[in-house]
Design a protein around this ligand. Structure first.
Ligand code: OGA
Ligand code: MN
Length: 212
């Protein structure tokens, strides 16, 4: 059961570490329990109804701007202590962080994450998660919160691995996708239904780059 925290040497986490070492990405369809998936989806929808989600921006620092022709999702960053479901998610991600550090020596010290809601028709054009001027993002982790997702709903995550053909991941509730932030281009295809996810990045620590 993955409603609670996992030991960093849980076989599920070791499989993710092995996948990343071998090919740079991992997909685990049954990562979250149905209960935790439902609670997180409810938390995301509640925040959306309360107007807490805002159109996501592209870029960082002074060059950040909202561009719906590039990405149309609405997001809210998550902090510890806001909701029991979010805290359980953060605990799971911390176990994964420790497993990644033990297995891959990545020196990951921080995790940043947000809810994302793609309204019908929204998409996120092909991109890489690591910023050009800030290489602290090492590993990306996306979890889907959609109930009864159907292929005709669209919204697949399309991945473009360097040495393998591109492939699509359907945003099925409870599924976790992990990949190296620096070298896995990917995009989110338009969905005809509201599409919910949790997206996070494991980061190395470093001084914030000087911002003008
Ligand atoms: C992102 C992203 C993928 C997804 O937020 O950077 O690429 O499937 N999300 O939601
Ligand atoms: Mn991305």
């Amino acid at each position: 059961m993955r409603g609670m925290s996992l030991s960093p040497d849980d076989p599920l986490l070791l499989r993710i570490v092995d996948d990343l070492a071998e090919r740079g990405w991992s997909q685990q369809n049954l990562f979250l329990t149905p209960d935790l998936t439902r609670e997180l989806a409810l938390e995301c929808r509640t925040r959306a109804v309360q107007g807490e989600l805002a159109p996501a921006a592209v870029g960082r620092g002074a060059t950040q701007e909202v561009r719906e022709g590039i990405r149309g999702d609405h997001i809210q960053w998550i902090e510890p202590g806001q909701a029991a479901s979010c805290d359980r998610y953060l605990e799971l991600m911390d176990s994964l962080r420790q497993a990644l550090n033990r297995g891959l020596f990545l020196g990951l010290e921080e995790f940043e994450c947000h809810f994302a809601l793609y309204p019908p028709g929204a998409f996120y054009r092909k991109h890489v998660d690591r910023f050009r001027d800030d290489d602290k993002r090492m590993v990306s982790a996306v979890i889907y919160l959609n109930d009864a997702w159907q292929p005709e709903h669209g919204g697949q995550l399309r991945m473009f691995p360097k040495n393998a053909p591109e492939f699509d991941v359907p945003p099925l509730g409870g599924c976790l996708v992990v990949f190296m932030s620096g070298d896995m281009p990917h995009e989110v295809l338009p969905a005809c239904h509201e599409r919910l996810s949790l997206t996070g990045w494991f980061r190395r620590r470093g001084n914030e780059p000087f911002e003008l």
